[in-house]
Design a protein around this ligand. Structure first.
Ligand SMILES: Cc1cc2nc3c(=O)[nH]c(=O)nc-3n(C[C@H](O)[C@H](O)[C@H](O)COP(=O)(O)OP(=O)(O)OC[C@H]3O[C@@H](n4cnc5c(N)ncnc54)[C@H](O)[C@@H]3O)c2cc1C
Length: 454
């Protein structure tokens, strides 16, 4: 029941913290508490036939369990300080990048060998973008793919389970301060530790908020990104995705000066639904295995919305918009770009007649009834801007799925060690609001592990 270190959450942040602790100090007694299942038991019951929509499992297999939210993701590890989080503000740009390369090396050794590392360095596409008022962000991206990402996680688990105590299906209810450490309280018992690393990700955001309130840790929240997922024939973006795989392109709208950006690009991928606390939104992924690839490429177009005083519930705002699409479409809505521009809803006939086959079975509808005008105007402007560097983007048949929402956890007050005002209590990964990606979350885990080992 007594540990040197307790890690709460077995997503990339928690996994890499455990990994690094075992590398540096194998004598430490470490336990990992995870609300979800071990990897091999993670299965979403939606099969598209008997079970078509979310049945609200006690713990969502897509978001929870060994591997965290990233387990069935596209496994894109972006090595950059330009996006994916603001870890560099705490630990410095060089150290943040070094840690991301360190993670990349581990991923390669644990099953990712042979996967491709793409880079924007020296790309002529950057110049083409600037000539059209678009801005390509710098990054190297390791694309593991959903299949290889899973293998890497399997191998990491095989290594860790011999050295670390794993408690699955064990959500931590409370963390309490002790004289010389922390008491971690679960339904089946209480455990103590000297150092505690909290890495509960997006799915643990509400819980994290309560812990911060109870332990008097300051938090801040004022951002949400809202938009659509765009799907088009893979050929339209092939000249970009073949060279860069994923390109993060920023645009500032002429009308309002809002920032719109591409996000999570999936060449020859599939559009999928995502369930966050019962709200259905859209996402996308792709496989490394050519046999599982499709003829389409998808990516998100997101508009960042920052709120100022007195409004504080930015995630609630995003949820309300997503709920509206769920109310009208019973889930995700799909609309042809041509229909949106002409002010008409898409219907099954128009979708079937299009020169593209949707990879997600969504409800044809009208996104202008869901998205606020300012956000929709920004998305339309960006589609026309992208059409200049990837002709065919603003085609009538381009499919727009809505809504895609990128929720941000509230930002937790930690110091340059990612330590809270309580000595030995660290908050890392997406749950801290500091990271929003696999590579940054993983890097934050290694970083605190090194500090603890020291
Ligand atoms: C469909 C999808 C695709 C994605 N694709 C990419 C991608 O290609 N590239 C990229 O960089 N990012 C991607 N992301 C984002 C990426 O998965 C996250 O940024 C990353 O997983 C964050 O890691 P984390 O360890 O901070 O949190 P998480 O991965 O969310 O892990 C947190 C873990 O903590 C557990 N937990 C929560 N509360 C408790 C509690 N009270 N007690 C015990 N355990 C708890 C959860 O069950 C979960 O397993 C994707 C996300 C999704 C959902």
């Amino acid at each position: 029941m007594n540990y040197d270190v307790i890690i709460i959450g077995a997503g990339p942040g928690g996994i890499f913290a455990a990994y690094e602790l075992m590398q540096l100090k194998p004598s430490l007694k470490v336990a990992v508490f995870e609300a979800g299942n071990e990897l091999s038991k993670r299965r979403c019951p939606i099969d598209g036939e008997k079970i078509k929509s979310c049945i609200g499992c006690k713990s969502c297999s897509i978001m929870s369990g060994f591997g965290g939210a990233g387990a069935f993701s596209d496994g894109k590890y972006n090595i950059t300080n330009d996006f994916g989080g603001t870890l560099y503000e705490y630990i410095g740009k060089k150290q943040a990048l070094d840690l991301m390369y360190y993670i990349d090396d581990i991923n390669l050794r644990y099953g990712g060998e042979g996967t491709k590392l793409y880079t924007t360095a020296g790309s002529r596409f950057k110049t083409t973008c600037i000539q059209h008022d678009l801005h390509l962000l710098d990054a190297s991206v390791r694309h593991l793919g959903t299949d290889i990402n899973y293998i890497v996680l399997e191998n990491l688990y095989a290594y860790l389970k011999e050295k670390v105590g794993f408690f699955f299906n064990t959500p931590v209810r409370t963390v309490a301060l002790e004289d010389d450490g922390y008491r971690v309280i679960c339904d089946n018992g209480e455990f103590t530790c000297k150092d505690c690393i909290i890495s509960v990700g997006r799915s643990g955001s509400k819980w994290m908020e309560n812990v911060c309130k109870a332990l008097d840790i300051t938090t801040n929240s004022n951002r949400v990104d809202i938009g659509v997922r765009v799907e088009l024939p893979a050929e339209v973006f092939a000249h970009i995705t073949d060279e860069l795989y994923e390109s993060k392109i920023m645009y500032r709208t002429e009308k309002y000066g809002d920032r719109v950006r591409t996000f999570c690009m999936n060449p020859k991928g599939a559009v999928v639904t995502e369930n966050t606390n019962g709200i259905i939104t859209v996402n996308g992924h792709s496989y490394e295995d050519p046999a599982k690839q499709t003829n389409n490429t998808n990516f998100a177009l997101l508009v960042a919305k920052h709120f100022s005083e007195p409004f504080k519930d930015s995630n609630g705002y995003g949820e309300s918009i997503a709920r509206l699409s769920n109310m009208l479409g019973g889930g995700v809505i799909v609309q042809r770009f041509g229909d949106l521009i002409r002010g008409q809803r898409s219907n099954h006939k128009r979708i079937e007649e299009a020169f593209i086959t949707p990879t997600l079975n969504a409800t044809p509808g009208d996104l202008s009834l869901v998205l606020p005008k300012r956000i929709l105007d920004g998305i339309i402007e960006m589609l026309y801007a992208l059409d200049k560097v990837a002709p065919g983007t603003a085609n009538d048949d381009t499919l727009l799925y809505g809504v895609e929402v990128k929720f941000y956890n509230m930002e937790v007050e930690v110091d340059e060690n990612l330590e809270t005002k309580h000595k030995g209590l660290y908050i890392i990964g997406d749950g801290s609001g500091i990271t929003h990606s696999l590579s940054h979350a993983s890097a934050s885990g290694v970083y605190v592990a090194r500090n603890i080992a020291r």
